[in-house]
Design a protein around this ligand. Structure first.
Ligand code: PLP
Length: 361
C-alpha cells in the first residue's frame, strides 16, 4: 500500500523550521524582535526599484542575474563571474549540500549554528555532524578534530546566530588550512555588514580553492520578506552550483530591489552605526539589570538567564508587554533569549521590561 511510497532517506528526520513569532494573543501592535530583521526596513531607493518592477510582471526575469551580480561585484570589489544569486542564502546553502553531500557524507557545523545547515544536509541524504563550541564561540580545534574522510562541507556563521560571537580571520585561515582535501569551508556572512571592516571572508574565498562565502539581503538590507541571497567562491564551485539552480529562481522584483539595495552603501552604513549604538546601549542596560550577554557583533543580543525556567518566565513577561523575542532551545540554548536590536523606542521598551522583570524576582 502506501508503504511503497517513501521519500528519500533523511527527509523524514528533518524537524520543521520554526520562524520567529510575530503575534501575541490579545496584543495588537506587538514589537517583533524575534527574527533579526532591520527595524528600519529597506532603503527608499530599494522600495522605488521594487515598485517599478510592477510594470514588468508579465516578463520573465533574467536567468543569469548579470546586472545584480555586477552591482554586487562593484560594491564588494569581487569578480561577478564568481557570484551566484539565490532565493535567500538558504537556497545557496541548499545548493551546496545538494551538489557536494549525499548518503555517507558528513556535513559539519557548530553546536549553536544556524538550523538550515542541518536541514539542508538531511535533505541531501547526508549526515549532519554538530561540533561543540567553547563559551558559545566557534572552536576551530574541535571542528578540525571532527573532520575526516567523509567530511564534504563545514559551515560556520561568522558572526554566528544566535550567539552573536565571531572568530577572527587568522582562526578562519587555520580552519581552512587544516581541512581534509575534499571538504569545502562555507563562511556564512549573513551578519558580516554589521561588523565594520569585515569582508565576510571574501578575500579568503578569492584565493582559496576550498573556501566559499554566503551573504544575504535579509538582514542589514531589510529585505527578509523578498528572499534574496548570494554566494561567492571558486569558479569551479560556482559552475557546479549553477547547474542545479533553477533558471528563473529570482523574479524581476527581487533582482531589481536587490540591485538598488546593494548600490545604496550610505544606507547600509547608517544602519550599521545605528545598530552598533543601540546594541551597546541595550547590552549595558541588561547588564545593569543583572542579565549578562556575550559581546555581540551582529544585530541581536543573546541574553543568558539562570536557567530555562527563568528564560521562559521572562519571555512570558515580555510578551505580556507586547514584546516578541526568540526562545533558542532549538539551538541548544534553553536558558537564553535572543533579542533583535530594534529601533530606539523598542530597545527602551525591552530594557525597561527586563529591569522590571529582574526587579520582581
Ligand atoms: C538570517 C540568516 C541567514 C539568511 O537567510 P536568508 O535565506 O538569506 O534569509 C543565513 N544565515 C544565518 C546564520 C542567518 O541567521
Amino acid at each position: 500500500m502506501t508503504d511503497h511510497i517513501r521519500p528519500q532517506p533523511g527527509i523524514m528526520e528533518i524537524a520543521l523550521y520554526q520562524g520567529g513569532a510575530s503575534h501575541v494573543a490579545g496584543v495588537t501592535d506587538a514589537v517583533k524582535l524575534s527574527s533579526n530583521e532591520n527595524p528600519f526596513g529597506p532603503s527608499e531607493a530599494t522600495k522605488d526599484a521594487f515598485r517599478r518592477a510592477a510594470d514588468k510582471l508579465h516578463r520573465y526575469p533574467s536567468t543569469d542575474h548579470a546586472k545584480l551580480r555586477e552591482a554586487i561585484g562593484e560594491a564588494h570589489g569581487l569578480d561577478p563571474a564568481r557570484i551566484i544569486c539565490g532565493v535567500g542564502s538558504d537556497e545557496i546553502i541548499h545548493f551546496l549540500c545538494q551538489a557536494y553531500a549525499g548518503p555517507g557524507d558528513e556535513v559539519v557545523f557548530t553546536e549553536h549554528g544556524f538550523l538550515m545547515y542541518k536541514i539542508s544536509a538531511r535533505a541531501a541524504g547526508a549526515t549532519p555532524v554538530s561540533v561543540r563550541e567553547r563559551d558559545r564561540t566557534t572552536d576551530v580545534d574541535a571542528l578540525l578534530a571532527a573532520c575526516g574522510p567523509a567530511t564534504k562541507l563545514v559551515f560556520i556563521a561568522n558572526p554566528n546566530n544566535p550567539t552573536g560571537t565571531m572568530i577572527g580571520l587568522p582562526e578562519i585561515e587555520r580552519l581552512a588550512d587544516g581541512l581534509p582535501d575534499q571538504a569545502i569551508l562555507v563562511l556564512d556572512g549573513a551578519y558580516a555588514e554589521y561588523v565594520e571592516g569585515y569582508d565576510g571572508g571574501a578575500a579568503l574565498a578569492t584565493v582559496r580553492p576550498n573556501v566559499f562565502m554566503t551573504r544575504t539581503f535579509s538582514k542589514i538590507y531589510g529585505l527578509g520578506g523578498l528572499r534574496i541571497g548570494w554566494g561567492y567562491g571558486p569558479q569551479a564551485i560556482i559552475d557546479v552550483l549553477n547547474r542545479i539552480r533553477g533558471p528563473f529562481n529570482l523574479s524581476n522584483a527581487q533582482l531589481e530591489a536587490a540591485e538598488a539595495a546593494v548600490r545604496d552603501g550610505d544606507y547600509v552604513e547608517k544602519c550599521r552605526e545605528e545598530n552598533a549604538r543601540l546594541r551597546t546601549w541595550l547590552a549595558k542596560s541588561l547588564a545593569e539589570s543583572g542579565l549578562p550577554s556575550d559581546t555581540s557583533t551582529a544585530n541581536f543580543i543573546l541574553a543568558r538567564f539562570a536557567d530555562e525556567a527563568e528564560a521562559a518566565a521572562c519571555d512570558a513577561f515580555l510578551q505580556a508587554r507586547g514584546l516578541i523575542v526568540r526562545r533558542v532551545a532549538g539551538y541548544g540554548l534553553p536558558h537564553c533569549l535572543r533579542i533583535t536590536i530594534g529601533d530606539a523606542a523598542a530597545c527602551r521598551l525591552v530594557a525597561d521590561a527586563i529591569r522590571d522583570f529582574k526587579g520582581q524576582t
